[in-house]
Ligand binder design. Structure first.
Ligand SMILES: [Zn+2]
Length: 417
């Protein structure tokens, strides 16, 4: 969804020689801001290096190198990956996911035509659908975004089997990190520990004023969104629009993304990619940042085509998958929905019942919480009809933070990173 399409993230490819400063998200999205000619030269040479690597791979000039890649999987199949997971040799799994893991929760994939989601937006005459996530468009006309936000509002959906499989991976001590492009916060709802989570395209969890930077909470934002209001700053003399902290086109990815990538990719011993077509950069390039011997399992309804792959490579990373190559020692494609794929995996791992029980238990818990919230919200509203003119969050002159604590829904498991 909201993505940073900048190809200039090539500097932190594969980690070597890239400092955290060099890979800062600012530089990724704003190459024009780089400091002086030296930086430009470095960038140019890095682009050249990337092109060379790409040409080498595209024309199979690296056969010699490939021979040296040890085969980790006994069998390069879905079952082979599961056996490897059970072997005790696989302890640092990275999962990277996209919208496909949330569709079964009922969250519409608004990229696909015909879902009906954009129908609500026709009246706003968007120049093109993505405009809704373009920061410049938003600054001029935030209304369409908030209409969409109401439809997609986090808290109205339950995590999927796939989300709970990832949680289970963590409980089994196998999850190094979970990278998500999704902004639906379902990972948080599934109670995946926040230190395991990288929300590459940001989150609805917090929001900020575009003018003064004041922070607002999810409950505060929710109230505005559901009242069909454009949320505006309540600081004195500020009329800024408040934008959820999701990454729009033209904005930097959170620093946490590059920080974690730099640490994690070297340690990864299995990459599981689910529900993403791997076309959004720089996120897609993660798939190519693990060591060349590391097994990669790709669960998706469609396989990325070689064309996509080539484009992704040129964009600064990307799949580079060799699913059908004779010399493939590590890439496994499983054509399935994310839920089906995860259920099958759980069964092969002997966790099938555990996963089903977890889903059942957690869904029951969330249903109960949602009910309680609804009740609390209605009694809260009733109370507010009486004396004090609530409506706005409390002003706090020492801190720009709005804690939204007046809202009973702030009791939910919403936490800050
Ligand atoms: Zn403000």
């Amino acid at each position: 969804m909201s993505e940073n399409p900048s190809p200039s993230s090539s500097k932190d490819e594969v980690g070597e020689g890239s400092s955290r400063t060099a890979t800062s998200s600012k530089q990724q999205s704003s190459p024009a801001e780089s400091e002086g000619a030296a930086a430009d030269e470095e960038k140019d040479s890095s682009v050249m290096e990337k092109l060379q690597q790409f040409m080498t791979r595209a024309f199979h000039l690296d056969d010699k190198e490939k021979e040296e890649v040890p085969q980790v999987l006994e069998e390069v199949t879905f079952e082979g990956v599961c056996r490897y997971m059970r072997s005790g040799k696989c302890k640092n799994i990275i999962t990277m996911v996209g919208a496909g893991i949330s569709t079964s929760a009922g969250i519409p994939d608004f990229r696909s035509p015909g879902t009906g989601l954009y129908d609500n937006l026709h009246q706003y005459n968007l120049p093109h659908p993505q405009a809704i996530f373009m920061i410049d468009f938003f600054k001029g006309n935030p209304k369409p975004f908030f209409v969409l936000a109401k439809e997609l509002y986090p808290g109205s959906f339950k995590p999927t089997i796939c989300h709970y499989f990832i949680k289970l991976l963590n409980e089994k001590g196998l999850l190094l990190r979970h990278y998500t492009q999704n902004i639906d916060t379902l990972e948080r709802v599934s109670a995946l520990p926040l230190d395991k989570l990288v929300e590459a395209h940001g989150t609805f969890q917090t929001s900020h004023c575009l003018e003064c930077g004041a922070e607002y909470s999810l409950p505060w934002m929710k109230e505005k969104i559901f009242a069909d209001e454009i949320p505006t700053c309540t600081e004195e003399d500020c009329v800024g629009v408040i934008k959820p902290d999701i990454v729009f086109f033209g904005e930097s990815l959170p620093d946490r993304f590059s920080e974690c990538v730099a640490k994690d990719m070297k340690q990864c011993d299995l990459l599981i990619i689910m529900g993403t077509s791997l076309v959004v950069q720089p996120f897609a390039s993660l798939a190519n940042r693990v060591s060349r011997s590391i097994p990669r399992l790709y669960i998706n309804l469609e396989k990325t085509t070689p064309e996509d792959d080539m484009m992704a490579m040129l964009m600064g990373g990307g799949g580079g998958f060799r699913f059908d190559a004779e010399d493939n020692v590590r890439d496994v494609y499983q054509q399935a929905t994310c839920d089906t794929g995860c259920s099958a995996m759980a069964d092969l791992l002997g966790w099938g019942d555990e996963l089903r029980e977890l889903v059942e238990k957690e869904h029951a818990r969330i249903d109960k919480e949602m009910e309680a919230k609804k009740d609390a919200a209605s009694s809260h509203k009733n109370k507010r009809r009486s004396p004090s003119p609530a409506g706005k969050p409390r002003k706090n002159s020492t801190s720009p933070t709005r804690d939204g604590s007046k809202s009973p829904s702030s009791k939910s498991p919403e936490q800050k990173l």
